[in-house]
Design a protein around this ligand. Structure first.
Ligand code: SF4
Length: 331
């Protein structure tokens, strides 16, 4: 792990115990660098939320990490005892979830919730300082500080989400995980909040993991992006390279499924649906939907290949050696 990397995930697998048992994440590897926005994209049910739950140590009781490790801020994160994880929460890692209405406590004012988080982690702070900080945080996310005494139901959807972002930043964490933070909002509010996240991130220097199914959104804000399909990370690369020449057929399909913010183009969907995670298909998990499928794809699991010096990685037989592709031919 270099100085540049804040988080390194190596071969992470997560299973939910049933019956049936479901391996929702299979051997995921990637890193998040200091001060970058790292996007995580894929269709619903591809494992994004499970991966985030593992990263934030918030897996439900029937879920467990079965393989791999996570290094975070120099610590072997999965081995830290729960008391230490609690101490790191908000201070080093915080979460903005999809629905602020469900995440904010409905019977405590927004300000009290921010103050509680500050005082719990920084007990040396006076109450007055904590309330001043709560007002300043709301101002920072462009919510009128008078709302420090408002309850969640008194705020609009956009204001609630901004208040969640203010809470997430209250203790200046190194990493803010944003799980579909703008999905429930209309496009105008969504654009304002995205712009604000980018501005705050540039000012304060924290890293962001931004989870969404919306590729066009990630291509406008993320520095690097990982693509998940059926529990696996199938491609990781810079926004520029993914925008210019996405390598994996699934990534190309995702990009073509969303309207571009850069150009006028017709939308093309990906035929079919993601497979059941109870019995994922053999070989490449995408082979039943892939327009570039090779014979070998039905049975042989593709290995990850590094495509350039910047570390662009893809898991697809199209990037095996020329000999391998020549031997098997296209369907
Ligand atoms: Fe398509 Fe084969 Fe690549 Fe899978 S490995 S994405 S099926 S070409």
């Amino acid at each position: 792990m270099s100085q540049q990397e804040l988080l390194t995930v190596e071969g992470l697998s997560v299973t939910y115990y049933g019956p049936p048992d479901v391996e929702a994440v299979h051997e995921a590897s990637f890193d998040v660098r200091r001060g970058e926005i790292f996007g995580l994209a894929g269709e619903s049910g591809c494992g994004k939320t499970t991966l985030i739950a593992a990263l934030t140590r918030l897996l439900p009781d029937n879920g467990a990490v079965t393989a791999g490790r996570i290094m975070f801020a120099g610590a072997d994160w999965l081995k830290l005892p729960p008391s230490e994880v609690d101490a790191w929460r908000w201070r080093k890692i915080s979460l903005v979830s999809q629905s602020a209405m469900n995440s904010l406590n409905p019977v405590i004012s927004v300000g009290e919730q921010i103050v509680d988080a500050i005082l719990a982690h920084q007990p040396q702070t006076s109450k007055r300082e904590a309330w001043d900080r709560a007002r300043a945080l709301l101002r920072m996310v462009e919510v009128d500080p008078k709302h420090v005494h408002s309850y969640a139901h008194e705020l609009s959807g956009g204001m609630r989400q901004r208040a969640m972002i203010a809470m997430a930043l209250a203790l200046e964490p190194d990493l803010v995980v944003m799980d579909e933070p703008t999905t429930a909002l209309d496009v105008v509010v969504q654009a304002q909040i995205i712009h604000q996240v980018r501005t705050l991130q540039e000012q304060l220097g924290f890293s962001v993991i931004f989870v969404t199914h919306d590729m066009s959104l990630l291509l406008s804000i993320a520095d690097r992006i990982a693509i998940m399909y059926a529990g696996e990370i199938v491609e990781v690369g810079s926004r520029e390279r993914l925008n210019r020449e996405a390598a994996h057929p699934y990534t190309r399909g995702l990009i073509e499924s969303f309207p571009s913010v850069f150009e006028r183009k017709s939308r093309v969907g990906i035929p079919g649906a993601p497979p059941s995670m109870v019995t994922p298909p053999p070989g490449c998990r995408f082979h039943l939907r892939c327009p570039a499928r090779l014979t070998m794809c039905d049975t042989v699991v593709p290995e990850e290949r590094v495509l350039d010096a910047a570390g662009h990685r893809v898991r697809c037989h199209l990037y095996d050696s020329v000999e391998a592709i020549g031997q098997n031919g296209r369907n």
